[in-house]
Write a protein that binds this ligand. Structure first.
Ligand code: G1P
Length: 295
């Protein structure tokens, strides 16, 4: 029997340097996309994919993340006194979403290192990793799509997206061959190799790893076994490459639209498109955009 994925790890200890100065005193995971912090989109995606436990790996300046998912007595009683029941419901829903556990990554030593910090809380079961600055809009949650592939093979799975050549140095890039999955899906790949942040000329393909992973617990041993890689950091991609020596790893070109909300332009694009999709403001916002003279 293939064990169920019950836990999702959210690395959130990065320095957010691509978004300075907004991230000087505030984690990038708390930047609001319309009116919800980025990390809440990721947490909701995990919940809608069947995950039961959230583990957030935090660093300095991260207390606002803990406060966000915690009960806010003062705010709740104020809203109650003022009879603002809609807002009260909204605020309560967040702390009632799911139980969140926290572990601290004292130094930002890389994504692999952050994931390793969650080892005691994850234990020896398969788990998901969600990078909340990759925001994905899709009919079926991206993580749920990955979990289907995991359930079929019982092996680790990473999310894949074809990126333009000039974007290659920002990603982990895979060498992968498409395989028939259930005979119909042409989106599943078996990974042969991977490399973190290569130069375009050294990249094996244009298929980039996007921030959704389903990992089997052997990954922890691989993270411990590797040396620092790109940027002097302990890279999750390098650990996956190490794991490939003993286990198969699959990739899924997921269905949906992904935004790089950790980047200023990507964040603006996400903001505009998420606002346009909103029932309560999509109409007036569309009218406003149409009124702009962009010539
Ligand atoms: C991380 C991973 C990289 C992956 C990317 C997806 O990089 O190391 O392999 O392609 O997330 O967003 P980062 O964006 O943290 O530099």
């Amino acid at each position: 029997m293939i064990p169920k994925v019950r836990k999702a790890v959210f690395p959130a200890a990065g320095l957010g340097t691509r978004f300075l100065p907004a991230t000087k005193a505030q984690p990038k995971e708390m930047l609001p996309l319309v009116d919800k912090p980025l990390i809440q989109y990721g947490v909701e995606e995990a919940i809608h994919s069947g995950v039961q436990n959230i583990i957030i790996v935090t660093g300095r300046n991260k207390s606002s993340i803990e406060d966000h998912f915690d009960v806010s007595f003062e705010l709740e009683s104020l809203l109650e006194d003022k009879g603002k029941t809609d807002l009260l419901k909204l605020v309560r829903e967040i702390s009632e979403l799911i139980d969140v556990a926290y572990v601290r990554q004292k130094e930002a030593l890389g994504l692999g290192h952050a994931v390793l910090r969650a080892r005691d809380l994850v234990g020896t079961e398969p788990f998901a990793v969600v990078l909340s600055d990759d925001v994905i809009h899709s009919e079926k949650p991206c993580l749920a799509q990955l979990l289907d592939v995991y359930q079929y093979f019982g092996a680790s799975v990473v999310a894949l997206l074809e990126v333009p050549e000039q974007a290659i140095p920002a990603y982990g890039i895979v060498d992968a061959e498409p395989i028939a999955h259930n005979g119909v899906n042409d989106r599943v790949y078996r990974i042969r190799n991977m490399v973190e942040k290569p130069k375009p000329e050294a990249a094996p393909s244009r298929l980039a790893i996007i921030g959704r992973y389903v990992l089997t617990p052997e990954i922890f041993g691989s993270i411990e076994a590797i040396d620092p890689g790109a940027g002097g950091e302990i890279q999750l991609t390098d650990a996956l490459k190490h794991l490939l020596r003993s286990r198969p790893i699959y990739g899924l070109r997921f269905e949906g639209k992904r935004y790089d909300a950790g980047d200023k332009l990507g964040f603006l694009q996400a903001t505009v498109e998420y606002a346009l999709r909103r029932e309560d403001m999509g109409g007036p916002f569309r009218e406003y955009l149409k009124s702009l003279d962009l010539g």
